[in-house]
Design a binder for this molecule. Structure first.
Ligand SMILES: [Zn+2]
Length: 195
């Protein structure tokens, strides 16, 4: 009988510890802007419902946050620059004109097994591919390059797991997202937003 009670107490203690760790687990990422205002959430947002053809995937596969044009963008976690690029339209009469990320940079965070992707930067990131970054490092600046909703600048921030990184024949580093399930809702990995 005493053994049974002891067993129950041990179970109870484990339950409390488990609850504490799941409730108060530290967020994996930090906000890439110091004072972010959330402009658009993740997935099938109100904007997506009203503009079903705006995104190729039919979903907003990241979040849009803004602090202001040229606000510094910080690495969401310690990591390394995997690759960066500039995606703009070939010409303005093209139906998918500016259907793009603009100036963007992708970081890989080994300890988390996650990649973070920052789009629409005001100019190409100053960081070289392969550079190690910490959360205190500026990796770029908020801008409005590429195809954006409205006129204002913002940062489109995405988080991926299970990506493949490869080198093209002409020597560029590219990445591929393996499945829709590999694209995570960044809100779940960040501290609660205050605005
Ligand atoms: Zn976006």
């Amino acid at each position: 009988m005493a053994l049974m009670s002891l067993f129950k107490i041990v179970l109870f203690v484990f339950f409390i510890l488990f609850s504490l760790t799941t409730t108060f687990a530290a967020p994996l990422l930090q906000w890439p802007l110091k004072n972010p205002v959330l402009l658009q959430g993740f997935g099938i947002t109100e904007f997506v419902k009203q503009n079903p053809n705006f995104y190729e995937s039919g979903e907003h596969l990241g979040i849009d946050v803004s602090e202001g044009f040229e606000a510094p963008i910080y690495a969401a976690a310690d990591g390394v620059v995997v690759t960066k690029g500039k995606e703009v339209c070939p010409n303005f009469s093209h139906p998918r004109c500016n259907y793009g990320k603009g100036n963007w940079i992708l970081l890989w965070h080994d300890t988390l097994g996650l990649a973070t992707h920052y789009q629409h930067l005001s100019r190409p990131s100053h960081l070289p591919i392969g550079a190690r970054v910490r959360t205190t490092d500026t990796i770029g600046f908020e801008g409005a390059s590429g195809r954006i909703v409205g006129d204002g600048s913002h940062l489109h921030f995405s988080v991926y797991k299970d990506i493949t990184i490869y080198t093209t024949l002409d020597g560029n580093t590219e990445f591929q997202i393996m499945a829709r399930e590999s694209i995570l809702n960044p809100i779940h990995l960040l501290p609660p937003i205050t605005k």
